[in-house]
Design a binder for this molecule. Structure first.
Ligand code: DGL
Length: 280
């Protein structure tokens, strides 16, 4: 497909290029943390589409359009691989965009679902409304383990609460209890974070979810898959990683202030303006 930004050079199989990681906001930082842990030699270009967060209550057409715009831009920045660190984009757009770019593109849903299917028998999925409605987790878990029982809960308030840094408020704990209670009533043994923002909630969720229930963070599995793919393609870096480049579509200072709590150092954040095109 045509890249709508500066002329895209052809995809270069170049080990020194960055891995592109993107999300609607700070959720993808849970994937970035795993890259720091599992792939310390890789440099990352992180994009947060904060001008348009949340994605999880938008239409499939909008999510596909935003995902394409971000991938166009990432290709123009010559990333060697893209990780869709957003479950909503992974669930609704990945199958379509994967064939449109000459670039390895990984999503979080499949690795997360397979990890959950390996670990649990009674599995709860917490995710955005768009991801729940897509049934992407349900299908992938059932395919990986037909004996698994799966219950899904949409949690529309979580992303806005995290993006506005309201984690410590009593309201966040109360709404978390209300969302997760139906899963606890089903005696789930496993809960999948079906949204990359949700691992940021773990200290709150652990206040009432018993330790017998394990949380699955798909970030761990997607970065392991990325490591395997880089290896297979001969694209892994052996150099020292450069500091992560952070770019957002919204307010860079606001992103930096929020993101610092999950990063080893204060990020320096730039802004890009993505063209707004009406989506039906
Ligand atoms: N982190 C995104 C996800 O995994 C959040 C989507 C949103 O912006 O609602 O789905």
């Amino acid at each position: 497909m045509q890249n709508r930004f500066t002329p895209a050079p052809p995809f270069q199989s170049d080990k020194v290029h960055k891995i592109g990681v993107f999300d609607s906001g700070v959720g993808g930082l849970t994937v970035l943390q795993e890259i720091y842990r599992q792939l310390p030699h890789e440099s990352v270009l992180y994009f947060g589409d904060t001008a348009r967060v949340p994605y999880g209550t938008r239409s499939a057409a909008e999510i596909l359009h935003f995902t394409r715009q971000t991938l166009d831009w990432m290709v123009s920045q010559r990333v060697k691989m893209a990780i869709v660190a957003c479950n909503t984009s992974s669930a609704l757009a990945l199958d379509t965009v994967r064939n449109e770019y000459d670039l390895p593109i990984l999503g979080v849903v499949l690795p997360g679902a397979r990890a959950a299917a390996r670990l649990g028998r009674r599995i709860g999925v917490i995710a955005t409304p768009a991801t729940v409605n897509s049934n992407a987790y349900l299908r992938a878990i059932e395919e990986a383990n037909p004996l698994a029982q799966v219950w899904q809960v949409a949690c529309p308030e979580f992303v806005p609460l995290i993006e506005t840094n309201r984690l410590a408020e009593p309201y966040t704990l109360a709404i978390a209890k209300a969302y997760l209670q139906p899963l606890l009533d089903r005696s789930v043994d496993t809960i999948v974070y079906g949204c990359t923002h949700y691992p940021h909630l773990e200290p709150i969720l652990r206040q009432f979810v018993p330790m017998s229930v394990q949380f699955v963070n798909p970030a761990i599995a997607v970065v392991a898959a990325a490591a395997r793919e880089l290896n297979l393609l001969g694209l892994q870096s052996h150099l020292l990683a450069q500091p992560t480049t952070f770019v957002v579509s919204g307010n860079p200072a606001q992103f930096a202030q929020l993101a610092t709590q999950w990063l080893p150092t204060q990020p320096s954040v730039q802004q890009i303006i993505l063209p707004t095109v009406p989506v039906s």
